[in-house]
Design a binder for this molecule. Sequence first.
Ligand SMILES: Cc1cc2nc3c(=O)[nH]c(=O)nc-3n(C[C@H](O)[C@H](O)[C@H](O)COP(=O)(O)OP(=O)(O)OC[C@H]3O[C@@H](n4cnc5c(N)ncnc54)[C@H](O)[C@@H]3O)c2cc1C
Length: 382
Amino acid sequence: MRLRLTEEEAAFREEMHTFFNTEIPQDIRDDIRAGREIGKDHFVRSLRVMNAAGIAVPNWPLEWGGKDWTPLQKHIWHEELQLACVPPPLAFNAGMIGPVIAHFGSQEMKERFLPATANLDIWWAQGFSEPNAGSDLASLTTRAERDGDDWIVNGQKTWTTLGQHADWIFCLCRTDPEVKKQAGISMLLFPMDSPGVTLRPIKLLDGSYEVNEVFFDNVRVPGENLVGEVNQGWTQAKFLLGNERVGVAPVGATKRALATAKEHAIDLGVLDDPLLAARFAELENQLLALELTALRVVANSADGKPHPASSVLKLKGTELQQEVTELLVDLAGPLSLSSGSESVPEWAAHTVPTYLNFRKASIYGGSNEVQRSIIAGTILGL
Ligand SMILES: Cc1cc2nc3c(=O)[nH]c(=O)nc-3n(C[C@H](O)[C@H](O)[C@H](O)COP(=O)(O)OP(=O)(O)OC[C@H]3O[C@@H](n4cnc5c(N)ncnc54)[C@H](O)[C@@H]3O)c2cc1C
């Protein structure tokens, strides 16, 4: 494998670096760099700048705003975006439902939804998980029953991330309870303000609000909002989840967090401590190994289909992300517990909430235990 960027690739990296550091509003990037909570407005404003420049959804098919970039260019785009503290294009739109509609949807559905999805005119929520169907997703029990041309949806979803901002939901429903569980699922699209949809917030350990329960009580969904064929939902879900795992190895963001941690260690005058220096070196090496693995995976993914090794990226990427949040807490020391005090530096006050928040990373997108099983079965052949 070639490890050095070609001249064109280096120029492309420079172009992305300049774009993200000059075109995306500074206040958005400052908030991310400082670890402040970011809201809907941050995502929408930055995404629209990217979409206007034609670089919001490079992974989509060309005719819907995708780019004819090499996998390496797409990787560089993603990494530079994270390094510049730019909010990534909303995963539910750009990485999940967009590619599913582009792959499985009718022409009408593509025209109706894809441009609005790329521009974040529609904010999507992912309605997959249920109280008894997370890792065992195929056990989902939310029902969709025919009523003339329409579907009537009843049931409950949970952990619906940022559902409070969502305009629409892509929802897996059981459309045939009589067949093998994977064979009786379909994907429906409907507005979150449809009569019968109720959203209830779930309060998190770090005090923030980003996930919800969603209840469906006789929600009427027009037949044309079915994605692809009836009972094809499991195929669509597997396609979507493979993409999701590629996106959750946040190499650029973790590198940036580690670099920030190093700056704090220098300011605090503790980087000379041999144990701490070794910890930095270990994390930097592991991140480099992950980055090279990510490059190998992107270089080997054919036809835009996710590579099975995406599970390795999800697993290792989230482990490193969590380790860096832990390192920051250790660096802040007692200051990390002094939230609310004005004499505490802002970065130190954010360390514990961020550490607690990122416990989620090894659960969402398919828990890391389940990723290990996938790696054992599909890659190692155990
Ligand atoms: C912050 C956050 C945001 C999320 N956002 C969304 C969202 O927007 N939309 C959505 O649909 N879902 C979302 N999810 C749901 C997420 O995908 C599930 O939480 C995840 O798939 C795990 O399912 P579960 O929570 O039901 O846990 P379970 O599947 O019940 O697992 C409980 C424990 O058992 C382990 N386990 C389960 N099965 C196995 C197995 N076969 N082998 C070994 N260990 C196993 C798990 O690893 C875990 O430790 C989100 C979750 C979180 C935490």
